[in-house]
Design a protein around this ligand. Structure first.
Ligand code: IPM
Ligand code: MG
Length: 368
């Protein structure tokens, strides 16, 4: 029986369109070769939406995102829109989706692909086989806390302020997601906070400990964020699942992605549950819009393709299809195919679209 699902694609800015075109090839292949009937519609976000309507995300698009089965996003932002006022910037579109759809759980895997271990700036023995999951709280903390703003104190003195707020409910729900993820992996969870200085993260630690009582099989430890950033670079394999606040997760996930030597390879998922019980989720590469290489067909589309793999796992609950995509991306890498960002001597250099085609060529050998 056919499985009919809707996907809203938001290619966005910079390399967003180029990499989405390659993910689309994979989605089309799935449509033509499996029981899935994926209805894919494209909408605007970020700078491209600003150019068309003056807004980084229109309400019309937001309403479509509320009802779709999954969202696939490319990237937003670029120098063209950097001078706009704060609430008109491309990034606001992204933050609005996170908040409005309550996508509170952000999964950011940092995986070292065997054939790419030499691309990392760290020694191979430090990162070989690394498979780490950062779970970042995505709709709270200093990103959204009130009050916020910039106020004039006097003629030449201003006050800029943001507020780091967490309620125990917000912490509890991200904690449950993190413990459940740890249970499905190696049963180790590290919670990262700054409980020695910030009261809101003192509460974070207290609630994490409370929730841990429901997961006695998971080994929990705590780390201050400064130490965690150092430990990530010193010995990343000591971690399996990390759970942390919005801002710390933003910083630590960039750091972790670079350990893998392949920022262009990493996907992410942002997941939440609406009041009606519908699962909302958005999938996107960890990398940004890379305006400097946009339009040159040299961007790496694999993070976007792997984001589709996460979509099958988290939204469509189809681990098999998810693994098929990962397996074939691996085969392409093992065949020595590389885009410019991961190119090393003796490999074959491919353009963005040739890389997408290479994945399809491998997928053709799959029997579904
Ligand atoms: C990320 C990005 C965003 C964030 C920006 C683009 C708003 O850095 O997804 O990590 O800070 O969350
Ligand atoms: Mg970031």
């Amino acid at each position: 029986m056919n499985r009919e699902l809707s996907i809203v694609a938001l290619p966005g800015d910079g390399i967003g369109n180029e990499i989405f075109n390659e993910a689309r090839k994979v989605l089309n292949w799935i449509n033509n070769n499996s029981h899935y009937k994926l209805n894919i519609t494209e909408e605007l976000i970020g700078g491209s939406s600003i150019d068309a309507s003056g807004e980084p995300l229109t309400n019309n698009v937001l309403e479509k995102l509320r009802v779709t089965d999954a969202i696939l996003l490319g990237a937003v932002g670029g120098p063209k829109w950097e001078d706009l006022t704060f609430d008109k910037r491309p990034e606001r579109g992204l933050l609005k989706i996170r908040k409005e759809l309550d996508l509170f759980a952000n999964f950011r895997p940092a995986i070292v692909f065997d054939s790419l271990a030499s691309s990392s700036s760290l020694k191979p023995e430090i990162i070989n086989g690394l498979d780490l999951m950062i779970i970042r709280e995505l709709t709270g903390g200093i990103y959204f806390g009130e009050p916020r703003g910039v106020e004039k104190l006097n003629e030449n003195n201003y006050k800029g302020f943001n507020t780091l707020v967490y309620t125990s409910e917000e912490i509890r729900r991200i904690a449950s997601v993190a413990f459940e993820t740890a249970q499905s992996r190696s049963k180790k969870l590290c919670s990262v906070d700054k409980a020695n200085v910030l009261e809101s993260t003192e509460l974070w630690r207290k609630v994490i400990i409370e929730v841990s009582k429901d997961y006695p099989d998971v080994e929990l430890n705590h780390m201050y964020v400064d130490n965690a950033s150092m430990q990530l670079v010193r010995d990343p394999k000591q971690f399996d699942v990390i759970v942390t606040t919005n801002m710390f997760g933003d910083i630590l996930s960039d750091c972790a992605s670079m350990l893998t030597g392949s920022l262009g390879m990493l996907p992410s998922a942002s997941v939440g549950v609406s009041t009606s019980g519908k699962k909302n989720a958005m999938y996107e590469p960890v990398h940004g819009s890379a305006p400097d290489i946009s339009g040159k067909s040299i961007a790496n589309p694999l993070a976007m393709i792997l984001s589709v793999s996460m979509m099958f796992k988290y939204s469509f609950e189809d681990d098999n299809m998810s693994n098929i995509i990962i397996r074939n991306v691996n085969k392409v890498l093992n065949n020595g195919y590389r885009t410019k960002d991961i190119f090393t001597d003796e490999c074959k250099l491919l353009s963005t679209s040739d890389m997408g085609d290479a994945v399809i060529e491998e997928l053709k050998n799959e029997k579904l």
